[in-house]
Design a protein around this ligand. Structure first.
Ligand SMILES: NC(=O)c1ccc[n+]([C@@H]2O[C@H](COP(=O)([O-])OP(=O)(O)OC[C@H]3O[C@@H](n4cnc5c(N)ncnc54)[C@H](OP(=O)(O)O)[C@@H]3O)[C@@H](O)[C@H]2O)c1
Length: 326
């Protein structure tokens, strides 16, 4: 099969499209998938540089999540069967014509969901639901401030927060990204490249601040957002796309009766596979009801994946970038 292999840590251009042996089932609960589409995630960039929490042995195919068709299952697999159209998040190996995933990482698709949308559904959806619902306990009438709101795990956060009855302030850079967040349900927007985030959030919340801060960006954005958190607010620590891990001031946590809450979707999925599967069922239902409408800004063929990774790195993506494998 063809696979886009990483032989050593380096820039996107160091990936090599090669012929290699298809992966074998790894356990009685493994599923082999013929990959059609792969959605990129920011952690792909980190994995490529050896900066991600998980390091795959070389050579490995990049790609955390995909859509495709089941071609083989282990003897103990019950959730899917050969021929099923699925989405999967095996966390690595997807940028190849075939990938093997554990059954708990594979989800049969609702019939009408196309492969482009499906490829980016499991990680974005799973992360957002775990963050806002399980960890953030977002409640109707609360205000959610979504940072990086036009990104891959940003757009569905707007939609899930709205579906849970919250008011959403979407923060992103530039008019185009803000327009996208409005189209996906944001009530208010802040251009944090041009406006004062703290003043604007306070103004939009009658001086109180946001109840839930959904933070995938880190750095200065976290520093600012913590100055606009409401009494009893929750800072959801999800990622550090801006590059710096913020130090949260304990005095603000104390003064606001606030909580700083870690969100680690992959670890959650391993510790609570039934909970993760229930969340995914709720997400597919929300998609079927039209409450989640994933956005794809770019599509690239497999051989142009380096360009796709550079597009994500340059903050030019909106929603997801999809790689066409087959
Ligand atoms: N904890 C978890 O379980 C989990 C799961 C999935 C993803 N994540 C994390 O969530 C974050 C977002 O992932 P994603 O796949 O949604 O990425 P993405 O689509 O690239 O979105 C990241 C957003 O961050 C903003 N940003 C601000 N400064 C940036 C910078 N210097 N470089 C790049 N982006 C910058 C960009 O929006 P603006 O241009 O509008 O500022 C961009 O839209 C990453 O840190 C990732 O590691 C965590």
């Amino acid at each position: 099969m063809k696979a886009l292999l990483c032989h050593e840590y380096g820039p996107p251009e160091s990936l090599r499209l090669e012929e290699t042996t298809p992966p074998e089932l790894a356990s009685a609960t493994s599923v082999r998938i013929a990959v059609t589409r792969v959605a990129l995630n920011f952690p792909d960039l980190l994995m490529l540089e050896g900066k991600y929490q998980y390091r795959a042995p070389f050579p490995f195919a990049l790609g955390m999540e995909c859509a495709g068709r089941v071609i083989e299952v282990g003897p103990d697999v019950t959730a899917v069967a050969p021929g099923d159209r699925v989405a999967a998040h095996p966390w690595v190996g997807c940028l190849a014509e075939e990938v093997v995933a554990e059954e708990d990482d594979v989800f049969r698709l609702p019939g009408a969901m196309d492969d482009d949308v499906a490829s980016g559904f499991p990680i974005a959806g799973g992360t957002v639901w775990h963050a806002l619902v399980d960890r953030g306990e977002i409640a109707p009438g609360e205000t959610a401030l979504i940072l990086g709101a036009a990104g891959g795990v940003g757009v569905p956060a707007i939609e899930v927060a709205k579906a849970k009855g919250a008011r959403v302030i979407a923060a992103a850079r530039g008019a185009d990204k803000l327009a996208l967040t409005r189209a996906h349900g944001a009530d208010e927007t802040v251009d944090y490249a041009a406006e004062d985030l703290v003043a604007r959030v306070r103004e939009l919340t009658d001086g109180k601040g946001a109840d839930v801060i959904y933070d995938t960006v880190g750095g200065d954005f976290t520093d600012q957002a913590m100055r606009a958190i409401n009494w009893g607010g929750r800072l959801l620590v999800i990622g550090f796309a801006a590059g710096r891990i913020a130090q949260v001031p304990a005095n603000r946590v104390l003064l606001k009766g606030a909580s700083v809450v870690g969100v680690a979707y992959q670890a959650f999925r391993y510790r609570d596979p039934e909970g993760a599967r229930a969340n995914m069922a709720a997400l597919f239902q929300a998609w079927s009801d039209g409450r989640i409408r994933p956005h794809i800004s770019h599509r690239f063929p497999l051989e142009r994946t380096a360009e796709a990774l550079r597009t994500m790195e340059a903050r030019a993506a909106q929603g997801k970038i999809v790689i066409e494998v087959a």
